[in-house]
Design a protein around this ligand. Structure first.
Ligand code: NAD
Length: 501
């Protein structure tokens, strides 16, 4: 996908703002815009300007129930129930092409709603969304069972069947990308879906739904209900006719999702949760490459990345030269207007998140860590935080233990490989980890020792639709992306045939 380097056209910007601000949005159910049963709404805010962008209905039990009924009907008896895998693959390809055609509009919409830089949206979010849909389009007609020959006169075959009606609930940091991670495998496998987007950034999900309809998905197969977590989210996870929920968010919300599933119909659950990921630099690392990797690891997407490398382990020998370079690069990062193609770091998603990050920074200072870059807000309008580097951090400090979900990195010195592996693993999380070294045997040794779903060697935040992603420990379970994600959206049926005689 070619990446434009200029500011979005002002006509497009005006059109998008006018469309979403004009009147309250509606839910997308059965391929139609549907009113809320009550007059409850919530405001959606542009975090770079603090101005209102849209008003959305706060859906609850009634809307979720309506969406689930539409999805059930579509799954059991609608035209979609007769679609072959090839039909689903062709649809996913058409959708990918439509997203590509509307990529600039979607990038601008997401930029306004989320606050992330337009350059990143054009180069990462939109291409990754398109790539994910193409990837699962390829799988749709390749989801097969097996043949088994047990002892006796039997022949057994297995069928990989869709789960049925699935719910998806996502976080606000990559709104569009995270839809594609759930929608792609769910549709490839033949499921129907009810999606609950994040209340902070729901607009791209609504535009996505329109494109889904335009690409020809029959009514009821994909539905979007906007609302708060405790209303729409909770109703979805407790619904007795939802077979599976794919969740991305905070681990404490993940616990609520599991509890709701356990207390309702034992629906299947997969959880993509948070992290406190270690980024380990060995003393033989290529210094410049490791600094670049560290910057990407912690500051990409304003640090609002579940696998952000927020604990930087440095060998004592490299500490000073590395920190000098890192602090200099952090200070010179361009923070500001997300619509400016030169911006490297945009706004944090919300006032709440902004204050939470600043609160962690104050806590770091109060507990004795030293700010060597940033450490404060940026400007006086919008939720901008300076890229922040803390030195002199101890493992037990709050900033070294808790997920900040912002542009804040803690530098932790270490002595030996065993020491760093033990400390890197001394967390309840286990999502990502990175190792920077030129010594391949040390790299692979550490890759085996680290308890996390992903280990990057001499890189950070590399993603591809074909590579599984997910957590160890309290970072969740189930793997999204790659072939593994199909396991989350299919179940296996064994069919025994008595051959007689
Ligand atoms: P969150 O848990 O507050 O919200 C996530 C989603 O859950 C939202 O749509 C929200 O409305 C919904 N929700 C809230 N309460 C609910 C309830 N009781 N029942 C059902 N749904 C409910 O998380 P957030 O603040 O939006 O996102 C930040 C978190 O997400 C961080 O911890 C981050 O690490 C994690 N995350 C993980 C991944 C991953 O792939 N592992 C990706 C992105 C974000």
């Amino acid at each position: 996908m070619p990446v434009a380097a200029q500011r979005p056209a002002s006509a497009l910007l005006g059109q998008i703002q006018a469309r979403w601000l004009k009147e309250p949005t509606r839910h997308f159910i059965d391929n139609q815009w549907v009113e809320n049963a009550t007059s409850q709404t919530f405001d959606v805010v542009n975090p770079a300007t603090e101005e209102k962008l849209a008003t959305c209905p706060n859906g609850g039990k009634a809307e979720i129930d309506r969406a689930v009924k539409a999805a059930r009907k579509a799954f059991e008896s609608g035209p979609y129930s007769r679609w072959s895998g090839r039909d689903r693959g062709n649809f996913l390809r058409r959708l990918a092409d439509l997203i590509e055609k509307h990529a600039e509009e979607l990038a601008v919409l997401e930029c306004l709603n989320n606050g992330k830089p337009i350059g990143e949206l054009r180069a990462v979010d939109l291409p990754l969304t398109v790539q994910t849909l193409h990837y699962y389009a390829g799988w749709a007609d390749k989801i097969h069972g097996e043949t088994i020959h047990p002892p006796g006169n039997f022949f057994v075959y297995t069928r990989r069947e869709p789960m049925g009606v699935c719910g998806s609930i996502t976080a606000w940091n990559f709104p569009l990308v995270l839809i594609s991670w759930k929608f792609g495998p769910a549709i490839a496998a033949g499921n129907a879906l009810v999606h609950k987007p994040p209340e902070q950034a729901p607009l791209s999900a609504l535009r996505f739904a329109e494109l889904v309809r335009e690409a020809g998905l029959p009514e009821g197969v994909f539905n979007v209900v906007t609302g708060l977590g405790e209303t729409a989210g909770e109703a979805l996870t407790r619904h007795m006719d939802v077979d599976k929920v794919g969740f991305t968010g905070h681990y404490q919300t993940g616990q609520l999702v599991m509890k709701a599933a356990a207390e309702s119909n034992l629906k299947r659950v997969s959880l993509e949760l948070g992290g406190k990921s270690p980024n380990i630099v060995l003393d033989d690392a290529d210094l410049e490459a490791a600094v670049q990797g560290t910057l990407t690891g912690i500051f990409f997407n304003q640090g609002e990345v579940c696998c952000a490398g927020s604990r930087l382990f440095l060998p004592k020998k490299l500490h000073d030269p590395f920190l000098d370079r890192l602090a200099g690069a952090a200070e010179s990062r361009r923070v500001g207007d997300p619509l400016d193609p030169g911006t490297e770091q945009g706004a944090q998603i919300s006032k709440e998140q902004f204050e939470k990050i600043l609160g962690y920074i104050e806590k770091g200072k109060a507990e004795g860590a030293k700010v060597v870059a940033g450490g404060k807000r940026c400007g006086d309008r919008g939720y901008f935080v300076r890229p922040t580097v803390f030195d002199g951090v101890q493992d037990g400090m709050t900033i070294a233990r808790e997920e900040i979900f912002g542009p804040v990195v803690s530098v932790l010195p270490y002595d030996t490989l065993e020491d760093v592996a033990r400390r890197a693993n001394a967390t309840n999380y286990g999502l990502g980890a990175a190792v920077f070294t030129q010594d391949l045997s040390k790299a692979h040794k550490l890759a085996g020792m680290l308890k996390s779903g992903t280990v990057w060697i001499n890189c950070y935040n590399a993603f591809d639709a074909s590579v599984p992603f997910g957590g160890y420990k309290m970072s969740g379970f189930g793997r999204e992306l790659g072939q593994h994600a199909l396991e989350l959206y299919t179940q296996t049926k064994a069919v025994w045939v008595n051959l007689g005689g």
